[in-house]
Design a protein around this ligand. Structure first.
Ligand code: TRP
Ligand code: SF4
Length: 405
């Protein structure tokens, strides 16, 4: 919508935590893969964000970045269909971060829930830094610099997208004001496909402003996005005029909440690197099978003859992700009647998980042995990201009056 093309744009990032596990795959990556055909996607590895919670030991950032990238490709992200890059290789993010930091009230940052939570949880880390407090400003810059329509993230990141929207609104309110704004908007509306487009825009704007009709707002944004031959400045005016304020130099993206299926780890708790209960996306199949064989089941099912309850069993949560309807029915009735044992139950599941892991491993192989291919993918992604980011930044500098003589 923000570009001249019709395809909506999505931006998301992931910190370089090292090789990804099935929880990361089902929690985020699978959704990213599904989106790449329908959206103009920008996906990046947030290596600067890794520094905000761990500036001392940076020895593994490069290796972790490489592993994450390989897992992305193994999962099916296609560099020909989406833009894959590394945050620190697109320095435009840093410049926008600096500029946004000037207008971001300290109170907003102190109130972000993850700020206090992380300080509570990561007691062994030094989080008393300027960089850590500014984490959401950096994330806002990451997002706003691409002027996306949406940001696909999990529940834990919603507050960060919220503050991104607030920062965009504040920026536009400060730097997007023009004395003859309304007159310019009316002229610009003529570019929305003649009198019909202009009338439709006016009606949708009224429906949003007077009745808070969110569908009307979305449709109006789409109308603006689909208009070919609308100058960038006029597009910003029309977007800004919809919601008040001034010119929308930075657009407010929507959260696209990833439907998070529960992915249990081998001990039954949520699969997480910090619990040490993960199954890696590219883990050796024998090791995957062994982890599933010893995986926690319904604790009340002690003997083979005891009936079990799938709703109390983490193995069942995996069946929900991996098994078809008939297998799931077989598990339900077999477990509740003690007709099957837990090892029987795990057998089709293990086959499905191993098949998936083998697929990831096969796709990863060519990248694992060829750094030149990885480098080429990242170089191309960074170049595309920089060209989009640079265009936003030029407008931001202009709007802020940062123009050299
Ligand atoms: N904070 C995100 C996380 O921890 C990673 C991230 C950084 C991100 N910049 C972003 C996500 C921009 C979405 C958009 O997962
Ligand atoms: Fe869990 Fe399957 Fe055992 Fe039932 S039979 S307790 S669902 S592993």
């Amino acid at each position: 919508m923000s570009g001249t093309g019709h395809q909506r744009r999505a931006v998301s990032g992931m910190r370089p935590t090292g090789a990804l596990h099935l929880g990361n795959y089902h929690g985020a990556l699978a959704n990213w893969v599904a989106m790449q055909r329908d959206y103009d996607c920008f996906y990046f590895i947030a290596d600067w964000h890794a520094l905000t919670t761990g500036y001392e030991d940076t020895g593994s950032i490069a290796a972790h970045t490489r592993e994450v990238l390989i897992d992305w490709l193994a999962a099916g992200l296609d560099p020909a269909a989406c833009t894959l890059f590394v945050q620190s290789r697109v320095p435009e993010h840093a410049e926008l971060h600096l500029l946004l930091s000037m207008i971001t009230p300290l109170g907003w940052l102190e109130r972000v829930p993850t700020y206090k939570d992380q300080i509570e949880q990561l007691k062994d880390r030094d989080l008393g830094t300027y960089g850590f407090l500014g984490y959401p400003v950096l994330q806002s810059a990451d997002i706003l610099i691409y002027r996306p329509d949406c940001v696909p993230v999990g529940e834990d990141q919603v507050a960060h997208v919220e503050i991104t929207r607030e920062i965009a609104r504040r920026f536009n309110g400060i730097y997007g004001r023009e004395p003859d704004f309304e007159a310019r908007c009316r002229t610009a509306a003529a570019g929305l496909g003649g009198a019909d487009g202009a009338a439709r825009y006016a009606a949708l704007r009224r429906a949003w402003q007077e009745q808070g009709d969110a569908a009307a707002l979305a449709e109006a944004r789409q109308l603006i996005g689909a208009a070919t031959g609308l100058a960038a400045l006029d597009r910003e005016r029309l977007l800004g005029f919809l919601t008040g304020g001034g010119r929308a130099i930075l657009t407010e993206p929507a959260v696209l909440l990833t439907r998070a299926a529960r992915v249990p780890g081998t001990d039954g708790r949520k699969m997480s690197k910090s619990y040490g209960n993960t199954i890696g996306m590219r883990e050796d199949p024998a090791s995957v099978a062994k982890k599933l064989r010893t995986m926690q089941t319904d604790p009340a099912r002690v003997r083979r003859t005891d009936p079990g309850d799938p709703d109390k069993c983490p193995v069942w949560d995996l069946h929900k992700l991996y098994s078809d309807e008939s297998t799931r029915q077989w598990v339900q009735s077999g477990c509740r009647s003690a007709g099957i044992g837990c090892l029987d139950c795990k057998k089709p599941l293990t086959e499905a998980v191993v098949a998936q892991v083998e697929g990831f491993r096969a796709r990863a192989r060519e990248f694992e042995r060829d750094d030149a291919v990885l480098q080429a993918i990242i170089s191309a992604g960074c170049a595309r990201a920089r060209s989009v980011a640079g265009a936003t930044l030029a407008e931001v500098r202009q709007a802020m009056g940062l123009v050299a003589p």
